[in-house]
Ligand binder design. Structure first.
Ligand code: URA
Ligand code: SF4
Length: 195
């Protein structure tokens, strides 16, 4: 992970490198059971070099804590590691230039589950290209790791009435995670123990 982060810090593979203040590679535990993947840094993140530290980040922290984890126990990353100017959407060529960093981070952590926040993260990790609403409630797979989709925290801030969707998606995440842990436990038990 250190070498990935070092590469990101020095990266100039796309035009976002010319407007960023700091790169925002990712933060959290290397043995995290869950990785949350956002879109790209905003102004606060660009200033501090850490993902989800602004208003949307405060909500994400609440979402994480609502399922019983500390922010430091999970991992948080973005599709693009440098801020798109004026918070515009990341462009396809920028996503293409940056995506291997995220893939390598995910391979390195090998989480039990991934939560994709918003349409760019969902599209990259699941291939689902339509509205976020149609990706919700399903369990996708990224290289053998389940992926749960939800709206971006910034959307929940703009549309507080939709926050119940976040709660439902987190319940699905928890259920899928527990199911996975149960499967792993039953595989590791010797037959006698099961009888
Ligand atoms: N929004 C994102 O998608 N990522 C961040 O790091 C902050 C806001
Ligand atoms: Fe490199 Fe990604 Fe930053 Fe583009 S957004 S310069 S690919 S780290």
């Amino acid at each position: 992970m250190d070498s990935i982060i070092e590469e990101v810090r020095g990266c100039s593979q796309c035009a976002l490198s010319t407007t960023r203040t700091n790169t925002v590679p990712g933060v959290g535990a290397l043995d995290a059971p869950i990785v949350f993947v956002g879109e790209g840094p905003g102004a606060d993140e660009d200033r501090q070099g850490e993902p989800f530290v602004g208003a949307a980040g405060k909500l994400l922290t609440k979402m994480i804590e609502s399922i019983g984890y500390k922010r430091s126990e999970i991992y948080i990353a973005n599709v693009v590691k440098c801020r798109p100017p004026g918070n515009r959407n990341p462009q396809p060529d920028e996503i293409a230039a940056c995506q291997d960093y995220l893939y390598r981070q995910l391979e390195c952590i090998h989480p039990k589950i991934i939560m994709a926040l918003g349409k760019f993260s969902i599209a990259l990790l699941t291939g689902h290209d339509g509205p976020v609403g149609r990706a919700r409630g399903r369990v996708f797979m990224w290289r053998g790791v389940p992926v749960i989709a939800t709206y971006h925290p910034a959307y929940y801030l703009r549309q507080p009435a939709q926050k119940r969707h976040a709660w439902n998606d987190l319940l699905l995440l928890n259920k899928t995670l527990e199911q996975k842990v149960e499967d792993m436990d039953s595989h590791s038990k010797v037959p006698q123990k099961r009888q």
